[in-house]
Structure formats: structure tokens, C-alpha cells
Design a protein around this ligand. Structure first.
Ligand code: PRP
Ligand code: ZN
Length: 304
């Protein structure tokens, strides 16, 4: 790493994200929605934001906890699996130097044990005496200890899925998202051991007042974008008598606006924010109690 650019400035936040991988595009898309305009060049380690006191570092995701602990950056977006492996599964390292700020709602996956398709797997005890390849030795060894299974952990930095065909392992413990990697390597997922998604992490060290303020502004924007993406604005017309029922049907509905339609009091227009995903089933239920002209609209920002 270029040491000049790794000096941590006291007036600008520095946030690390995965350089290329499952979390990269989603993280960048979120920053765009937060109105952050980065002058992004993927060959550059530190990328300046033109309209906010923050710089982006593009690094290997596995290194992010270490960078935060070492004071190379203030913030990071990384899988919970990496935080667990590099900080929380190992009480002597990085544990008190990193805080999880919030879950990001993307990058969900699981760390799972997987075995070759042809293996007859009945339960974790079948792994007794086997060799298990993984990039997550800490999480795996804890799991095996709890399950009272003795196995040899073969630590690999990447391409764990090919270890059984290379005959260097009998099983693997790796991240599964769509399951495509396992399938194309003739393996099956048998036991999920850790559920994960992307999280925003920060250094536990105190920020300067200037950085504290920048962080609070950043977090408000991130919260606003995430709340908005989980919410929908619903509008419909309905019989006045159906209001109570409709309140029960719409997920997480808060304080709807209710306007009379016409003058006889029989029908109303309802506008409301639903705080959770609105499924087709919900719309069908609304129709069933007499709602018409149902509109479900995306929300761009919600600032409480
Ligand atoms: C993980 C894992 C697999 C792949 C699984 O790698 O190591 O290779 O994703 O995804 P799938 O079930 O959708 O096929 P990741 O992209 O996280 O990269 P990294 O482990 O090298 O950081
Ligand atoms: Zn990784």
C-alpha cells in the first residue's frame, strides 16, 4: 500500500469497501443514492468524494477489519462473516476496535458446510476425522468444537470449492449465495453455520468533532435511503367501512391520510407509507375488502 495515501486525515472520513466482488456494486449504488459524488478510479487506492468530506478506499474485503483496527480507515462496508471471522471469533484480535453500526440489507449469504454430491451425509458427526477446507477457520473451529466433532481444518485463501476435487479436503465450509458455485463444482450444501449480510462498521476510536458531524450526516443519509427502499407509498380508494380491515392488511402502516370521496361519506381515499415490502398477496387482500385504484409507489428518501 502507498504509505502517503494511507495516512488517515483528521478532517475527512475514510471508508473502505470491497474492491471487486459481491458487495462492490451495491455499495457504490448506495453512495450514489446518498448523493455522494466520488471521483472513482478503480486503480486508485483512495478516491475523493467531491461534495462530502469522505474518501473511499477500494481494498480486499477480508482486510477491512484489520485496516479499521490499525487506524488506516474510519469506516467500512463488509460482510458480517468477515467481521465475525476477523474480530469476534477471535477474542485477542480487533475485538474492541470495531463496532457494527447497522445492517445494510444487501449481500445476504450464508457460511455453510458442503460435501461432494455423492457423499451420503446424515449429520455433522459424519465429518469426524475428515479434512475441511475453508477461508473461515475461526468460525468453523468454533462450530466444530460446539458440535464435538474433530476434523482437520485446511485453511485456504480462496477457491475453496475446488479443494475436494484436488483431493486436499473431503468437505468445505464456504460462503453460499445463489448456490451456483457449489453446483458447478459437484458439491451440495449440507449445514448452514452462519447467516450473513453486508454491515456498516466503524472504528471504536473517538472521532474528532468534525468527523463526528460528518459521520452523523452520512448515517442519516444511509438510513434514509435504506428505510425508503424498504418502504412503499400506497394510495387507494375504499369503502369507509373497510378502513379497520385495511389497516390490518397493510404491513407496517403508520398514520394514513384519509380523505372523503364525494359527499355521502361512503367512500374514502387512503394514502399511507407501508414500512415493509408490499406483496401481490397484500394487494389481492385489499381488493377483496373493496379497495379500488390501488397504487404502490417507490419512495426515494425518508427522513424522520
Ligand atoms: C463467495 C464464495 C463463493 C461464492 C458463492 O465468494 O467463496 O465463491 O461467493 O456464491 P454463489 O453461491 O452465488 O455461487 P465471494 O464473492 O464472497 O468472494 P471472496 O470470498 O473471495 O471475498
Ligand atoms: Zn473475501
Amino acid at each position: 500500500m502507498n504509505l502517503e495515501s494511507s495516512k488517515l486525515p483528521s478532517h475527512r472520513l475514510r471508508l473502505a469497501i470491497q474492491k471487486s466482488g459481491r458487495l462492490t456494486e451495491k455499495s457504490l449504488a448506495l453512495f450514489l443514492q446518498c448523493g455522494l459524488d466520488f471521483d472513482l478510479r478503480k486503480d486508485r487506492l483512495v478516491n475523493e468524494c467531491k461534495n462530502f468530506p469522505i474518501d473511499l478506499m477500494l481494498v480486499r474485503d477480508d482486510d477491512i477489519p484489520e485496516y479499521i483496527s490499525d487506524g488506516v480507515c474510519h469506516l467500512g462496508i463488509v460482510g458480517e462473516n468477515v467481521v465475525e471471522e476477523k474480530c469476534f471469533s477471535n477474542p485477542h484480535k480487533n475485538r474492541d476496535s470495531i463496532l457494527i453500526v447497522r445492517k445494510m440489507g444487501f449481500g445476504s449469504c450464508r457460511l455453510s458446510l458442503a460435501v461432494p454430491d455423492k457423499m451420503n451425509f446424515q449429520g455433522v458427526k459424519d465429518l469426524e476425522g475428515t479434512r475441511i477446507a475453508t477461508s473461515y477457520p475461526m468460525i468453523l473451529s468454533q462450530y466444530l468444537k460446539q458440535a464435538r466433532v474433530e476434523a482437520k481444518i485446511v485453511e485456504l485463501a480462496g477457491s475453496v470449492e475446488i479443494a475436494p476435487s484436488l483431493k486436499i479436503a473431503d468437505a468445505i465450509c464456504d460462503l453460499v449465495s445463489t448456490g451456483g458455485t457449489l453446483r458447478s463444482n459437484g458439491m451440495k450444501e449440507v449445514l448452514p453455520i452462519f447467516k450473513s449480510q453486508a454491515v456498516l462498521v466503524r472504528s471504536a476510536a473517538t472521532f474528532t468533532p468534525e468527523l463526528d458531524l460528518a459521520f452523523a450526516r452520512l448515517l442519516q443519509r444511509i438510513n434514509g435511503v435504506i428505510h425508503a427502499s424498504e418502504s412503499k407509498y400506497i394510495m387507494m380508494n375504499a369503502p369507509t367501512v373497510a378502513l379497520k380491515e385495511i389497516r390490518k392488511i397493510i404491513p407496517g402502516m403508520e398514520e394514513p391520510s384519509i380523505m372523503p370521496l364525494g359527499t355521502n361519506g361512503e367512500r374514502i381515499a387512503i394514502h399511507a407509507v407501508a414500512r415493509e415490502t408490499v406483496f401481490w398477496e397484500t394487494i389481492e387482500q385489499l381488493k377483496a375488502v373493496g379497495a379500488t385504484s390501488i397504487l404502490v409507489l417507490p419512495i426515494e428518501k425518508i427522513i424522520a
